[in-house]
Design a protein around this ligand. Structure first.
Ligand SMILES: [Ca+2]
Ligand SMILES: [Ca+2]
Ligand SMILES: [Ca+2]
Ligand SMILES: [Ca+2]
Length: 740
């Protein structure tokens, strides 16, 4: 079917000059050729970026991500008509018209992120009494980069973002916008136009699945919001081991040193607050502290009881955040798949969430609404759950509750529990079930129809399963396979899941929080906002193996050396971190020297640590001439620690060539008839390796008085200093004569 029925023919058309260099008449007046017409197809698909709620008067609030492409060649798009949804669609005259005070259309310049700072604004339509939105919002495109009133769409996808400004005051009916809901949609394929609003002469992609309307979620206009996370500056670990803000360029990228690692912010005041009266109770005075959610209260805490506030929990689960991909920056992670996720500034300081995925070995991100980005968390008790959240301004106090999904916030707790005006609380009086657990064996992609697990035996024939922060409805196909019936249930995000061993379980709980103002209003609404999706793990991880120094037996370890151990494991919540303790020589006091993530990006096991490496934050080379032993334990995601491992073999920073040295006894001579402490002598010697030791004591006549034997590695036969006390008795228990 010919689609362009005009007799006008543009000559020498190129992508940059769609109207060519001149006009001819069809059939071509100079060559009388026949113009072949190949029907062009256009695809537009969209996903919602709308949050649960938005504050009144907020600008550049993202609503929709649109992807356009053609099946071949290119075409020009000059206008897209949007329709406001929500309160505006009620019958009441002018009601809701003004809930959105503006709509902006943005072109992605290749970064793949919605950012009013980086993207190009193609259209900005303001609401007014003479331009009400009820009759449709016409976004007429002008691309300031090309100076053209259209964008070119080809078989290479073009990404557009649709954002809105939220009405700051009243709608056209004179009613406050607070409590209203608003969304945006493209209702039909015919709402896409060519330049100057001309109808498009194209077909819809034959294979296009989604269809119309392409609609955003509807955001609730609230007096204030409780953000899932704040927008925070990138955070690294400083040389002293404390989290610190990284140095940034004016355009917002992280400054890196010659080692390609981030550099700490130069300005001390930007980097840390050194003295703050409002600090976590686990922090001492004078510690370097940072505030990530801008409430002027530092957010670092001492998770491992080290006496240093070295830990931060970026996703508010209370479990420390680590750098898992090795780029030197702490990684935000909300869905528990060990692929770092991103919080970025969606303009005006509004957080935007992107979920990471590994696609053919490359890290990619997907936009997620705040509902889709609710962090996956674990609790260690069936009777209570502790949670933290971020501040909303103007709150008198907060309340928290628990539900089984996102649509029924208080269905489990059956009430809202007031928790004062702190940004954390303990929900009590619960009776929760850990449920059944298994592991993901195959990836779940966006088009997967089934997935394989370690064992589905304990699971019901049909029901909900929880994978990270996604809820799915599944049917058990066999003992290892689930058939997917429904993805992204209850507003959870239909996200990718990786095959490294993500936990799949059949119980989950959504924790919600709401603020209450002094005049009794709920923020953002009576339903509150979900802050976490919890699963229960009441069992501690398996005790790991001893952290053995990776040093050849009998050789000096030097001032820096690796420790390696048999990994811990946890059937339910996984091992989150390892805590490594050190003891010097015979000193009985153990000291935590490091805590490291138990898994790296993609679920790779991380069961080693380098002691004394100057490039590791918080580490310094060990002094020479010392002996150290180590032990390690694993912490799971519900905050439970395993038992301590067996103590490692010692690492000696310096070792002589002699196997035994510094042999002495004191006092010498000894008066063994005195008995007690005075009547003993301490035989001391230093071994340069674990060894079988036999000590034979002779009298002056050459007769054997006493013999001690120590096995390899036991007390008396181990690397480092050894002390053997001799009370002067012979093997039969009798005292040996003085000098005898
Ligand atoms: Ca804070
Ligand atoms: Ca990182
Ligand atoms: Ca992730
Ligand atoms: Ca467990």
């Amino acid at each position: 079917t010919p689609h362009d029925v005009s007799v006008t023919v543009y000559k020498n058309v190129t992508r940059l000059a769609p109207k060519g260099t001149g006009i001819g008449v069809y059939p071509d007046d100079s060559q009388s050729s026949i113009v072949p017409i190949n029907a062009l197809q256009l695809s537009m698909t969209g996903i919602s970026m709308a949050k649960v709620a938005s504050g009144q008067g907020m600008k550049n609030v993202p609503m929709l991500k649109l992807t356009l492409l053609t099946d071949h060649e290119y075409m020009s798009i000059g206008r897209i008509k949007f329709t406001q949804t929500g309160t505006i669609s009620t019958a009441a005259v002018n009601m809701g018209d003004g809930d959105l005070s503006g709509l902006s259309l943005w072109l992605d310049n290749g970064g793949g992120n919605y950012s009013p700072i980086v993207n190009t604004r193609l259209a900005y339509i303001l609401h007014s009494a003479v331009n009400p939105f009820k009759s449709g919002i016409y976004a007429d495109i002008f691309n300031p980069n090309t100076g053209l009133p259209y964008i070119l769409v080809s078989s290479v996808p073009v990404t557009l973002y649709v954002a809105c400004d939220v009405g700051p005051d009243n709608d056209l009916s004179g009613e406050s916008t607070v409590g209203h809901t608003a969304g945006l949609s493209v209702t039909a394929f015919t709402d896409i136009y060519g330049p100057s609003g001309l109808a498009l002469a194209v077909d819809r992609f034959a294979s296009e699945d989604g269809g119309y309307p392409i609609a955003s979620g509807e955001l609730l206009i609230a007096p204030a919001i409780i953000p899932l996370t704040p927008v925070f500056r990138p955070i690294m670990l400083a040389g002293n081991g404390y989290p610190a803000f990284a140095s940034m360029t004016i355009t917002g990228s992280v400054v890196k040193g010659t080692d390609n690692m981030p550099r700490i912010a130069d300005d001390m005041a930007v980097r840390w607050i050194v003295n703050s009266p409002d600090r976590h109770p686990s922090c001492g005075p004078g510690e370097p502290l940072i505030d990530i959610n801008n409430d002027d209260i530092p957010d670092n805490f001492d998770y491992y009881g080290r006496g240093k506030c070295l830990n931060l929990s970026l996703n508010n689960t209370g479990v420390p955040t680590y750098d898992i991909d090795g780029d030197g920056l702490l990684d935000y992670e909300f869905n528990g798949d060990y692929i770092p996720d991103i919080v970025s500034d969606g303009g005006e300081g509004n957080p935007m969430y992107e979920m990471g995925d590994n696609v053919e070995g490359k890290w990619k991100t997907y936009f997620v609404t705040d509902l889709g980005a609710v962090p996956s968390a674990w609790a260690s008790k069936t009777s209570e759950i502790a949670a933290m959240w971020n501040p909303a301004s103007g709150m008198d106090y907060y309340e928290m509750t628990l539900g089984g999904n996102y649509t029924d916030p208080s269905g489990i707790k059956n009430s809202w529990q007031p928790v004062g005006n702190n940004l954390s609380g303990l929900l009590t009086g619960l009776a929760l079930s850990p449920g059944n657990f298994t592991r993901l064996v195959t990836n779940i992609g966006s088009n997967s129809t089934e997935f394989t697990v370690g064992s589905a035996k304990a699971f019901a024939a049909e029901g909900l399963v929880y994978v990270g922060n996604e809820i799915m409805r599944v049917i058990k196909k066999d003992d290892k396979t689930f058939t997917i019936m429904d993805r992204g249930v209850d507003g959870s995000y239909l996200g990718p899941h990786t095959a490294w061993g993500e936990t799949v379980s059949d119980r989950g709980y959504v924790l919600s929080v709401r603020g209450v103002t002094s005049d009794g209003r709920y923020i953002p609404s009576t339903k509150g906002v979900p802050t976490h999706i919890f699963r229960i793990d009441i069992s501690k991880p398996v005790t790991p193996g001893a952290p053995e120094p990776q040093v050849t037996s009998g050789l000096a370890a030097g001032q820096s050396y690796a420790l390696k151990w048999d990994a811990s494991s946890d059937e339910e919540s996984n091992v989150a971190s390892y805590e490594i303790q050190e003891r010097e020589g015979e000193n009985p006091v153990w000291r935590t020297v490091a805590a490291i993530p138990a898994l790296r990006s993609g679920g790779a096991i991380n069961n080693q640590y380098t002691v004394g490496s100057p490039s590791t934050p918080g580490e310094t080379p060990r002094p020479l001439g010392r002996y150290y032993t180590y032990r390690v334990r694993g912490w799971n995601f519900s905050g439970l620690a395993s038992g301590w491992s067996v103590i490692s073999s010692p690492a000696g920073t310096t070792i002589g060539t002699e196997l035994i040295s510094s042999v002495s006894n004191y006092p010498n001579p000894v008066d063994t008839r005195k008995g007690g402490v005075e009547g003993r002598t301490a035989l001391t010697y230093t071994l340069n390796d674990n060894a079988e030791v036999t000590i034979t004591i002779y009298d002056l006549m050459g007769y054997v008085v006493r013999e001690f034997s120590f096995s390899n590695g036991s007390k008396g036969g181990k690397l480092g200093p050894n002390v053997v006390l001799w009370d002067g008795k012979n093997a039969l228990g009798g005292f040996v004569g003085k000098g005898g």
